[in-house]
Design a protein around this ligand. Structure first.
Ligand SMILES: [Fe+2]
Length: 293
């Protein structure tokens, strides 16, 4: 197994490993260590079935089997598809230029109190343009904050809001396939998360202000909190922290959702793109519902 730096913005590139075969104990150990150290792995050159992709999560904690059965192949629980074409290759969005699947910067399931541990995204079919995933390392964005800001925000909580995200999606013309992605704004209550999140495994501090969810600061109601959210978002989305990965078929991106923010670049409607996705199981409750002690 060869583990090399992925980019100057963090992550690691992994080659010389084959998830279609059972991993040795040593390979599993090395992969887990690399995941905890780097938080983002791009594992190249895989040819997998869905069952093998689900098994590829074992070194990191195993597959989360909670996605609804109707989203998954019954023979591969936990593995869902992200696609720009219908099951038989048919065009399902008529606008060639619409950026299908584009999202803002976020962490997964961070609108509920227990976020995902992480995710594996496996590229089956890739578009000629775009289709990438962006990554921002919360350790790096925290470390780079001025000391005065670190002191100011210690102990603060960010309001992570499903309703806020839906309002953003509705008002932002960048989400050109918004008509298909709108969901009920009142589906989940707002939750509060530490703005400086102590990583449950490493104990390192990550800046946690996910732009898609962040609707304010519990300790700073109103404009003052919004101004702090805006300041932190400007900081963490600056280009020095952003790495975009454009996939080759057979790539797996595996990331630590407690540490990394991610965003989907979107795929022009004229291209076919198919990814298989599986969530890594496990994780403590980190947030709390607002108003609930
Ligand atoms: Fe996501």
């Amino acid at each position: 197994m060869i583990i090399e730096p992925l980019s100057s913005r963090g992550g690691a590139s992994v080659s010389g490993i084959d998830f279609s075969e059972p991993l040795s104990e040593d390979e599993s150990f090395q992969l887990r260590a690399a995941f905890e150290e780097h938080g983002l792995l791009v594992i190249r050159g895989q040819t997998l079935t869905k069952q093998q992709l689900a098994a590829a999560t074992e070194p990191f904690g195993g597959p989360d089997l909670s996605p609804p059965a109707e989203d998954c192949d019954p023979k591969a629980p936990g593995v869902s598809e992200i696609r720009t074409r219908g099951p038989n290759g048919e065009v399902i969005h008529q606008d060639d230029d619409a950026l299908l699947g584009e999202t803002g910067w976020h962490s997964d399931h961070a609108y509920i109190t227990m976020p995902n541990r992480g995710k594996l995204l496996y590229a089956v079919e890739v578009p000629e343009e775009r289709g990438g995933t962006g990554f921002i390392d919360g350790f790096a964005t925290y470390d780079a904050l001025p000391d005065a800001t670190k002191q100011r925000i210690e102990g603060f909580h960010v309001i992570q809001s499903w309703a806020h995200a839906q309002a953003t999606i509705a008002s932002n013309m960048a989400y050109r396939d918004k008509g298909e992605s709108m969901l009920a704004a009142d589906r989940f209550a707002d939750v509060a998360y530490p703005l400086v999140l102590t990583h449950p495994v490493s104990g390192r501090k990550a800046l946690n202000c996910p732009p898609l969810w962040a609707a304010g600061i519990v300790e700073l109601p109103g404009e003052e909190g919004q101004a702090l959210v805006d300041e932190l978002i400007t900081h963490l989305t600056s280009s020095q922290f952003v790495h975009w990965h454009r996939y080759e078929p057979g790539d797996i991106a595996a990331w630590d959702n407690w540490r990394y923010l991610h965003a989907a670049e979107g795929t022009p409607g004229r291209y076919a793109r198919l990814m298989w996705s599986v969530v890594i199981r496990g994780g403590p409750v980190i947030g709390r519902e607002i108003g609930v002690q």
